[in-house]
Design a protein around this ligand. Structure first.
Ligand SMILES: NC(=O)C1=CN([C@@H]2O[C@H](COP(=O)(O)OP(=O)(O)OC[C@H]3O[C@@H](n4cnc5c(N)ncnc54)[C@H](OP(=O)(O)O)[C@@H]3O)[C@@H](O)[C@H]2O)C=CC1
Ligand SMILES: C[C@H]1O[C@H](OP(=O)(O)OP(=O)(O)OC[C@H]2O[C@@H](n3cnc4c(=O)[nH]c(N)nc43)[C@H](O)[C@@H]2O)[C@@H](O)[C@@H](O)C1=O
Length: 306
């Protein structure tokens, strides 16, 4: 198939391109310099000209809790513009299949865990990523509306839990938990520091999936697209406390220092574990343990000049 991949230079996009299945398709992955997805007309012309069989929308303006709470305008506007432009251009060009990436941030702050797909829009999102969540919900809903109005077009959304992995972002201004902890513990290790700071009291819980596993789930969804539900969580089915993620990184990086807690930092949702019933029924599950994923991510981190 001829596949348009947006976000090909990002963590998810690069893991998708590295996956063996990518080589069995014609994957076209324009960079943001070639195709700015916030430019509605450029996107419409590009997709009408390319006429892909499938679009994988993996582009996004995304950062961890600090970025998303500090840049709510950009998180809302960029993600909603990119998503609307890509979905509407695909619809108008008659692209038959589209796979959109949402996020577990779409779920209401106070929804019961594990978070099942029917809970979307059942309550207010987490304030620290409200703009991002609204954009993600809007684009996921747009996919549903387009498919309902034109049944020959199947536009579906995967809802990944938090992600980490090779090609992740390690800058503390934009990084998510696991990549941030790897950078902080590495810094303590090489500079002989005895303590590392944890944001919050460390009791919040998170589910982190290795990005290589998400890529595998996306390709499995592409290969068995007609069996895929319109909306499906992608997760590892278990979560850990923030404190436990710090302990896991210290274990893998073989650092035996201590931890302090900075209670002035944002904490976000107390828990964010996605339900994996639909994922199990679809017949997919992740392969990497947390320690294996941290090891692979750290090996990558060391290759990029640290
Ligand atoms: N990371 C996570 O924990 C999670 C991520 N997701 C979702 O997965 C997707 C990928 O995330 P991730 O790989 O981590 O993100 P990254 O920040 O690593 O990559 C984002 C990608 O989007 C591209 N992009 C951003 N703005 C534009 C634009 N205006 N035009 C064209 N391309 C643009 C970037 O290109 P460039 O570098 O050129 O700007 C980059 O390729 C996103 O939709 C995100 O919301 C969902 C759940 C968790
Ligand atoms: C995937 C989803 O996830 C994002 O929300 P989030 O899950 O809250 O993001 P996070 O991974 O950055 O934080 C997870 C938890 O970890 C704690 N924490 C401790 N110490 C550090 C630390 O040093 N850095 C960070 N970032 N968090 C820390 C932090 O206090 C919080 O409790 C959305 O913005 C959005 O990007 C989105 O799509």
């Amino acid at each position: 198939m001829k596949i348009l991949l947006t976000g090909g230079s990002g963590m998810v996009g690069r893991n998708l391109l590295d996956h063996a299945t990518a080589a069995t398709h014609e994957v076209v992955a324009p960079s943001s310099k070639v195709l700015d997805l916030t430019d509605k007309q450029a996107v419409a012309l590009y997709i009408a000209d390319l006429q892909p069989d499938l679009v994988i929308h993996a582009a996004g303006r995304v950062g961890g809790i600090h970025y998303n709470s500090a840049y709510q305008t950009e998180a809302l506007v960029d993600n909603i513009e990119m998503g609307m432009n890509v979905v509407m251009a695909a619809r108008d060009a008659g692209v038959p299949r589209l796979l959109n990436l949402g996020s577990s941030c779409m779920y209401p702050r106070d929804a019961p865990n594990p978070l099942s797909e029917d809970l979307i829009l059942s309550g207010k999102p987490e304030p620290t990523n409200e703009g991002y969540a609204i954009a993600k919900i809007a684009v996921a809903r747009l996919c549903l509306y387009v498919s309902r109005a034109r049944p020959t077009l199947r536009y579906k959304t995967l809802i990944p839990c938090n992600l980490y992995g090779v090609y992740d972002k390690f800058d503390p201004n934009v990084s998510h938990l696991v990549s941030a902890v790897i950078a902080k513990v590495h810094d303590a290790r090489v500079n002989g520091r005895e303590t590392v700071d944890i944001w919050g009291d460390g009791t919040a819980r998170r589910e982190f999936l290795f990005a290589g596993d998400l890529a595998d789930a996306v390709w499995a969804s592409v290969e068995r697209f007609d069996d895929l539900p319109d909306l499906m969580n992608v997760g590892c089915g278990s979560d850990y406390s923030v404190n436990e993620y710090y302990e896991a990184v210290a274990r893998v990086l073989e650092w035996d220092g201590g931890f302090t807690h900075d209670l002035s930092k944002p904490v976000g949702m107390q828990r964010k574990l996605v339900a994996t019933d639909r994922q199990a029924a679809f017949g997919w599950s992740p392969r990497h343990s947390l320690d294996e994923g941290i090891r692979l991510t750290y090996d990558h981190y060391l290759t990029i000049g640290h």
